[in-house]
Design a binder for this molecule. Structure first.
Ligand code: KDG
Ligand code: MG
Length: 402
């Protein structure tokens, strides 16, 4: 079998997605997600101009060799644009191999280690009462794990809380919006939020919280300690992770489990975090981390240190990445949990898929390959629209981590 053609489908069914379609001379095609939120066209152009011409005529079964060709062969390594482009090719090749062998991708990754993939979803509210209500509603829908975020009194727009009752979607069309942030108010508030949620929801529900990179290590240590009575499943991205050593300090002060890595694009971003056991869950994603091939190696390394996976799964990861993550999560031994922020109805129509949710777990389905397709005619009706993630400033105007 040979790769005959490859093309990109850039569309915006409620939000932007960049999808790679690789077609073989046997008529089998595979899909890969190349969406990098707020920088979509950089990846699309990198693929179109620099990667796709090199794929034509290659054997799509040689996934490892093609991965190394695109990684080492470029000379310039790492970075979110490069690694998302490689990931898109990699996903499409695993999809093709599964279809050609008439088996779901999880069988190519070692087979089922479990029957379903535990997922967590997002609950949020403008204040504690609304957030508690939202957690309870998601638990009633069957979720066994829920991330809780709430508006912080005195902070105009808090991370994870939607504006005006719409479902939460961080990217906004147009230019970047600005939000205001106060660490002091947040740190005083979050333990009260989890006291209320835990009291209302009992001991069994898994509760998670995303700090979204906003604290210094010592502030994160204080928060982790304050949250210990509510035994969170995890505290996510407590501090920016460019300096992996920062997590040592947090670890020395609290037993609240820590998850990080949704912005990582290389195994090396996580190397020290894992080998020193400063984190409990690795949040890297298949789309931004270089694909299934790269993440399998990262997960296997993490397994040696009892670090489990907890992959990013927000709406900017297309249904193709979601499917890839579910196959991956069903197969790897050290799977922990998978984020599930459901896509809109329109997105699901553009990407018909075999995966499903039931009673707290997701199932990739048994379709050959990844089990996701794209309705190109429908996608064409929703052209790309420039959109950005917000930026954040402290109350005195200083730009800070969003
Ligand atoms: O593109 C950025 C979003 O995916 C991110 O802000 C969502 O932090 C996030 C999460 O944990 O889902
Ligand atoms: Mg996050």
């Amino acid at each position: 079998m040979k790769i005959e053609s490859a093309k990109l489908i850039v569309c915006s069914p409620d939000r932007n997605f960049v999808t790679l379609k690789i077609v073989t001379d046997e008529g089998i095609y595979g899909l890969g997600d190349a969406t990098l939120n707020g920088r979509e066209l950089a990846v699309a152009w990198y693929l179109t101009e620099h990667v796709l011409p090199c794929l034509i005529g290659r054997d799509p079964f040689q996934i490892e060799d093609i991965w190394q060709y695109l990684y080492r062969g470029a000379y310039w390594r790492r970075g979110p644009v490069t690694m998302s482009a490689i990931a898109a090719v990699d996903m499409a090749l695993w999809d093709i191999k599964g279809k050609a062998l008439n088996t779901p991708v999880y069988n190519l990754l070692g087979g089922k280690s479990r029957e379903g993939v535990l997922v967590y979803t997002h609950a949020n509210g403008a204040d504690i009462a609304e957030a508690v209500d939202s957690v309870q509603r998601h638990a009633a829908e069957g979720y066994l794990a829920v991330r809780a975020q709430s508006g912080v009194p005195g902070v105009a727009s808090s991370y994870g809380v939607p504006k005006s009752g719409k479902p939460y979607e961080p990217a906004e069309r147009g230019l970047p919006s600005e939000s205001l942030w106060s660490t002091e108010k947040y740190l005083n508030f979050v333990p009260k939020l989890f006291d209320a949620v835990r009291n209302a929801c009992g001991e069994d529900l898994h509760l998670l919280h995303d700090v979204h990179h906003r604290l210094t290590p010592i502030e994160a240590a204080r928060l982790g300690k304050a949250l210990e009575p509510y035994h969170l499943f995890w505290m996510e991205d407590p501090t920016p992770a460019e300096n992996q050593d920062a997590f040592r300090l947090i670890r020395e002060h609290t037993v609240t489990p820590i998850a990080t890595g949704e912005v990582f694009n290389s195994f090396w971003d996580a190397h020290d975090l894992i080998r020193n056991q400063w984190i409990d869950y690795l949040r890297m994603t298949i789309v931004h981390g270089g694909g299934i091939t790269a993440l399998k190696k990262a997960a296997d390394f993490a397994a040696v240190y009892q670090v489990r996976t907890g992959f990013h799964g927000a709406t900017d990861l297309s249904p193709v990445t979601m499917a890839a993550a579910l196959h991956f999560g069903l197969a790897v031994h050290n799977f922990g949990i998978q984020e599930h922020m459901p896509h809109t109805k329109l997105t699901d129509e553009v990407f018909p898929h075999a995966y499903s949710f039931n009673a707290g777990y997701m199932y990739p389905g048994d379709a050959p390959g990844l089990g996701v397709d794209i309705d190109e005619a429908l996608a064409a009706k929703y052209p790309y629209q420039r959109a950005y993630l917000p930026i954040a400033r402290k109350l005195d105007g200083t730009l800070t981590d969003w």
